[in-house]
Design a binder for this molecule. Sequence first.
Ligand code: URA
Length: 214
Amino acid sequence: MPAPNSALEPGHDCPICPRLVAFRDTARAAWPEWHNGPVPSFGPSAARLLIVGLAPGLKGANRTGRPFTGDYAGDLLYSTLIKFGFARGQFAARPDDGLALIDCRITNAVRCVPPENKPTPAEITACRPFLINTIETMPALRAILTLGKISHDSVLRALGAKLSAHPFVHGARHDLGPVAVFDSYHCSRYNTNTGVLTTPMFENVFAAIRQEVA
Ligand code: URA
């Protein structure tokens, strides 16, 4: 692995993606008290597990400044993390709820909120250096959980692995040398409401991760 560069984090006014900057400016004007900037990773860099979401939700992480905090997707994620010993405390959907991650870190493939939760391929590519840096600055990393295909593809590219050899499949484990990549459908409201992802399906993925990170 190349040398980690802890300075490589997006600044609060990251200028790289014009469409996301414009969306952020609109949100800053409408809700000046919100975070409205790239959402930093949450959890210790010494963790063995990294969870990679898609991108902050407008009224969730973009509002609160903590991944998966303040919108529906966090409810299942954080309750499952507590159940499997990767978090302790109470999740109250606010960054001052005192919840702490244990041996686990959470980040997003794209750090800024995209319109309609849909980052463009160019935005995913532009944000990848930050994902690479997140991975490279986790010396004990053993497992990465990707939530959805966009996260999966970006993580595989970040690791320099071939997508054709490692397609996204819910429940799959991809052996990538020192790191195993686990795939899950995203824990979005849409996926859970439609039954694409059920609580047992999500917990089965975490059971496999727990075996890896015993
Ligand atoms: N919140 C996040 O931080 N990431 C997601 O992928 C969804 C909601």
